[in-house]
Design a protein around this ligand. Structure first.
Ligand code: ADP
Length: 485
């Protein structure tokens, strides 16, 4: 697999600053491992504040030229980047499976999904319209201009090594912003390959910089800089809060996509096949390691037994293995710590009266493989209910009334994705409206798309990614009053 990536010239193992591939200034490196095998794939630089400062300086000086180009020029470069990603789909997907573990089919899906944000941004770059406002005095004209916010610091997680970057960098570049990206140290290779393709596409040196290594140090350098005008982050709620607090001193704009605790509510009147298929997809995508993964499956009493039986059968059909194998539908978890978290949640649940109906232990393949698991009779005092498990564990929670389900669903500080399964149109509306979540899937378990706004309420975050709303996150409004006309 690595051969293919090498021959495409897409194995980049240095950071990108001002258009140059660079090592850490002190020569330190970190290993990137394949979670399915433990094999070391590459060593990448362990950078810190000095490299970050240079990346910021490069982004800042490039901001003046990049933001002055016409929208059409920026659009063309983005479109070319999109085309290059699509033409290197296979290699990028391979790289992603190698460093992140997700099955090739999902990796290919992510390449398409990740690329779509760049295509959409290329299109939207030309449609960043301002406004003309009818004046209150007849000798005045009132205008609203939309201008790029400036240098953006983008910090991204390992679970979507490409898409979490493109859905920030695409709109940022479209608006005329320049960017310093810090990908996760677990999955920097996909990010670096994508950055290489950006250079090939003619995105100018300095418009897109990539640094990685000491996360808190890089984060602090971005936060402390007065030149960085915006922080955009996807990751844990804890780190998101730190970044928000750290942005206060220089009053940066902040966009945050943080943890979820997605309820998936199956009502008595649901189409059982649709509900099983939808909740399976919502739960087990990326082995349960997405912030929109169903974290709690609430099932109404009348359908509980029937749903549980059908759902378990579907979960049994999932095939655990190395993501490079064609038949695999469940890859390993990202690392040992992720498995230990799952074990902790399972022990907590069983000690409080839940029953493991399927799985519930490490997979015989070893490493960080875990068995697809279904746990019954979960209640709101368990970690499985209160927090995001981020693994292949489906907790089933019985409920009686619609009101009870909505209350349970909203009984959390998170508010990213929710799913409901029902054939009733009035119930679809009413429940969707009363869920305190940023996204609701009705009879559908996979709903993200570049054309719709993605983001959370409550402690799941601030701002939206994707769609025209996601473009606004990288723009400032300027009011111009022309007087004495
Ligand atoms: P996850 O649980 O998804 O790994 P994290 O929030 O730990 O979530 O990681 C998301 C991103 O945030 C990663 O790129 C990680 O390196 C980075 N990160 C972690 N700690 C900090 C920090 N103190 N400052 C800035 N970035 C950080």
């Amino acid at each position: 697999a690595m051969e293919k990536i090498l021959s495409a010239g897409l194995l980049r193992t240095q950071g990108l600053i001002a258009g140059k591939w660079v090592d850490a200034y002190d020569g330190k490196t970190i290993e990137v491992q394949n979670p399915a095998t433990g094999e070391v794939l590459a060593n990448v630089p362990c950078m810190g504040s000095r490299e970050t400062s240079d990346a910021i300086a490069s982004a800042h000086s490039t901001f003046y030229s990049w933001s002055k180009l016409t929208a059409s020029e920026r659009s063309k470069a983005l479109r070319k980047w999109y085309d290059l990603i699509i033409s290197h789909k296979e290699e990028l997907a391979l790289l992603m499976t190698l460093e992140q573990g997700k099955p090739m089919k999902e990796a290919l899906g992510e390449v398409n999904y990740g690329a779509s944000f760049i295509e959409y941004s290329a299109e939207e770059a030309k449609r960043i319209y301002g406004d003309i406002i009818p004046p209150t005095l007849s000798d005045r004209r009132l205008l609203v201009l939309k201008q790029p916010v400036g240098v953006v610091g983008a910090i991204t997680p390992w679970n979507f090594p490409l898409a979490m970057i493109t859905r920030k960098v695409g709109p940022a570049l479209a608006c005329g912003c320049t960017v310093v990206v810090k990908p996760s140290e677990f999955t920097p290779l996909t990010a670096l390959a994508a950055a290489d393709l950006a250079l090939q596409a003619g995105i100018p040196a300095g418009a897109l910089n990539v640094v990685m290594g000491n996360a808190p140090e890089i984060g602090d350098a971005l936060l402390q800089s007065t030149q960085v005008r915006k922080i955009t982050f996807t990751g844990s709620t804890a780190v998101g809060k730190k970044l928000m607090a750290g942005s206060a001193n220089t009053v940066k704009k902040v966009s945050l996509e943080l943890g979820g605790n997605a309820p998936c509510i199956v009502f008595d009147d649901a189409d059982i096949d649709v509900a099983v298929k939808g909740s399976l997809a919502a739960k087990f995508r990326n082995s349960g390691q997405t912030c929109v993964c169903a974290n709690r499956i609430l099932v109404q009493e009348g359908i509980y037994e029937k749903f549980a039986t059908a759902f378990i059968k579907a979960v049994q059909s999932l095939k655990v293995g190395n993501g490079l194998e064609e038949s695999t539908s469940q890859g390993p978890l990202i690392n040992e710590a992720a498995v230990q978290k799952v074990e902790k949640f399972i022990n907590d649940a069983t000690s409080k009266g839940a029953n493991v109906m399927l799985g519930g232990k490490r997979h015989s393949l070893g490493m960080s493989f875990y068995e697809p698991t279904v746990v019954g009779n979960v209640s709101n005092d368990m970690l499985l209910f209160r927090e995001e498990v981020f693994g292949p564990v489906a907790p089933l929670i019985p409920f009686k009334t619609v009101e009870e389900a909505v209350n349970m669903a909203n009984d959390t500080n998170a508010g990213l994705a929710a799913y409901i399964f029902t054939k009733s149109i009035p119930r679809s509306w009413r429940v969707s409206e009363s869920l305190e979540y940023g996204l609701v899937g009705v009879n559908e378990g996979v709903i993200s798309t570049e054309v719709a706004p993605f983001g959370g309420v409550k402690q799941s975050g601030l701002g939206r990614e994707g769609s025209k709303y996601g473009i606004d996150e990288y723009l400032e409004l300027k009011y111009i009053c022309m007087g004495n006309l």
